[in-house]
Design a protein around this ligand. Structure first.
Ligand SMILES: *[C@@H]1O[C@H](CO)[C@@H](O)[C@H](O)[C@H]1NC(C)=O
Ligand SMILES: *[C@@H]1O[C@H](CO)[C@@H](O)[C@H](O)[C@H]1NC(C)=O
Ligand SMILES: *[C@@H]1O[C@H](CO)[C@@H](O)[C@H](O)[C@H]1NC(C)=O
Length: 525
């Protein structure tokens, strides 16, 4: 913990070397002690500020409830983003009631899950003067925002002490476009320290837990989003994905999420933990209880307003025709990528969905990710995790990845695929296993490497039979990590089971259409 505190405080490196070399001598201890005291005082201040913010929000929400009896029925919480904004435009609901209602739920969820870092109090004022936004596609929809997505006046801590007390001077492009479309950003959500983890714990705000079972992590790094949405405190959220950070929390908490192609949506104003790391590989994307809310959010964001604010984003508007198409699909399929074998429940998930899609008239084609060991060991793990991705960026600019992406697209074309169905990591891990299991991320990392749009849809939940099969799980290599993986996912009965849906770059609409198909078949089933 001490070392992490020291790193957090952007130390003078000479002092770190001294304090490490003199670890046992007096100077070393003194330096450590000073850092420790500074860190503790920063943490204490941040926690007090958060406590005050939450108490204030609770008070305001209570007052509103007292003075507006019957303002919120359970109806509000059963509506998708599209239904909600329609009711608001028709006038059967008013934005203020909707926001107060979600804020009440968010505060409740936060008490159980520790998923929120700060309530955006001025959102309450915004919700009172929304008339000029009536044409917006997200008119009156409250939206939760991941910590590192810039909101004017709020910290983007990335879970790091050194980022405290540096409020954003302006909104990120995404947040600005959301506001323009009538959405009301109202809460910022918890993340893991430095964002480089697929759990959700940091020294400032503590550990966020899974809404289904507090012994499990909600995943990360958009873990606070996943927990809050599943916990009922939000219907639409914005996350970021650099190795699965949207898809993993969606799988672990049991909601829907989309990681778009890099730069389909603007990343301007979004922070990453490693200074100088360009956001080339970070995707920003929506998370929600249902697929259609993701689609509406994408449609709202892919607007002239975003293309003007960030001209580096290709001006491709949302293609509604593709999203609404019902032509039968040619679906690539694999159960095992040859690197991380899926857990029994996740395997059952893809098999059941495949059977439903076949019955609905879609065609399946066997597809195998290319050279998975090379992709993981040589392209991803070595490069990505050794030095905060600068090697990865060098690779991207040179040949091997580009080559790998081309080969994969050639194979995809040879099989004449529209989309791909495959497993996603899950079910939710027990706490403190993710750091040991980077290799378990192959299911999500592959599509960051390829920059293909990929989404997650919950399809089932873990059964006692799945747990029995897990006891015989051998994995692909029968090594230490395969055994650790069993320890990480065991005790998962009742947790969500999800699948991953993938399309070629810039085909977010097709990916969403496929996800919607999966969701619909499961509901009708
Ligand atoms: C809101 O007020 C109603 C009574 O009008 C009460 O039953 C309910 O518990 C209150 N909700 C909250 C969150 O305070
Ligand atoms: C909300 O509006 C009121 C009245 O205009 C103002 O006093 C208050 O400071 C505003 N609150 C926030 C958090 O902006
Ligand atoms: C996980 O690790 C943290 C920090 O080392 C520790 O405080 C916590 O108790 C651990 N949780 C579990 C469930 O082992």
């Amino acid at each position: 913990m001490n070392i992490q505190y020291i790193l957090d405080l952007k130390p003078n490196w000479t002092r770190v070397v001294i304090s490490t070399l003199c670890g046992t001598c007096l100077i070393g201890l003194l330096v450590k002690w000073i850092h420790r005291v500074r860190a503790d005082s920063l943490i204490l201040k941040a926690r007090n500020r958060r406590e005050t913010n939450l108490l204030q929000a609770e008070e305001v929400v209570r007052d509103y409830n007292d003075s507006h009896p019957g303002a919120y029925g359970c109806l509000i919480h059963s509506l998708s983003a599209r239904q909600l904004t329609l009711s608001l435009k028709e006038g059967s609901l008013v934005p203020e009631d909707v926001l107060f209602s979600y804020m009440t739920k968010a505060l409740e969820a936060n008490k159980r899950l520790n998923c929120c870092t700060e309530i955006m109090m001025e959102s309450l004022n915004h919700s009172k003067s929304m008339d000029s936004y009536k044409d917006g596609l997200l008119y009156g929809v409250p939206v939760s925002i991941k910590d590192n997505v810039g909101c004017k006046g709020y910290d983007s801590t990335c879970g790091l002490l050194c980022r405290l007390n540096q409020p954003a001077l302006e909104d990120s492009v995404i947040v600005e476009v959301l506001r323009r479309q009538g959405a009301i950003p109202f809460v910022k959500t918890n993340v893991p320290q430095s964002l480089m983890s697929y759990e959700c714990s940091n020294p400032i705000y503590g550990t966020c837990v899974n809404p289904h079972n507090p012994k499990k992590t909600p995943g990360g790094s958009s873990g606070g989003e996943g927990a809050l949405i599943k916990g009922g405190g939000s219907l639409l959220g914005i996350g970021t994905d650099i190795g699965g950070s949207i898809r993993i929390p969606c799988s672990f908490s049991g909601i829907c999420g989309l990681k778009p192609t890099c730069n389909r949506l603007s990343t301007k104003g979004i922070s990453s933990s490693v200074k100088g790391q360009t956001s080339v590989k970070t995707s920003v994307g929506p998370m929600a209880r249902d697929v259609d809310s993701l689609a509406l959010c994408m449609q709202a964001l892919l607007s002239d307003h975003m293309f003007t604010l960030d001209p580096t984003v290709p001006p491709i508007p949302f293609n509604t025709e593709v999203y609404q198409s019902s032509k039968p699909l040619r679906i690539g399929y694999y159960e095992n990528d040859g690197y991380q074998h899926p857990s029994p429940s996740m395997l059952r998930g893809v098999r059941e969905v495949k059977a439903l899609l076949e019955r609905a008239g879609h065609t399946f084609v066997a597809f195998k990710p290319l050279k998975m060991e090379y992709a993981m060991n040589d392209l991803i793990i070595k490069a990505f995790f050794s030095d905060g991705s600068s090697t990865l960026l060098k690779l991207v600019q040179n040949w091997p990845i580009i080559e790998y992406i081309r080969e994969t697209i050639d194979e995809w074309k040879r099989c004449d695929l529209d989309v791909l169905l495959c497993p996603v990591i899950g079910p939710a891990f027990n706490h403190n296993y993710s750091a040991k299991l980077v290799c378990a991320l192959s299911s999500t990392l592959l599509f960051n490497l390829l920059s293909f749009p990929a989404g997650v849809v919950p399809v089932s939940s873990v059964t006692p039979a799945d747990e029995i099969l897990l006891k015989q799980f051998k994995g692909n290599f029968q090594d230490l990590w395969d055994r650790e993986f069993v320890q990480a996912v065991k005790g998962g009965e009742g947790l969500p089971v999800a699948v991953q849906c993938v399309a070629l770059p810039w085909q977010e609409e097709l990916c969403l259409r496929f996800m919607k198909e999966v969701e619909t078949l499961l509901t009708c089933h």
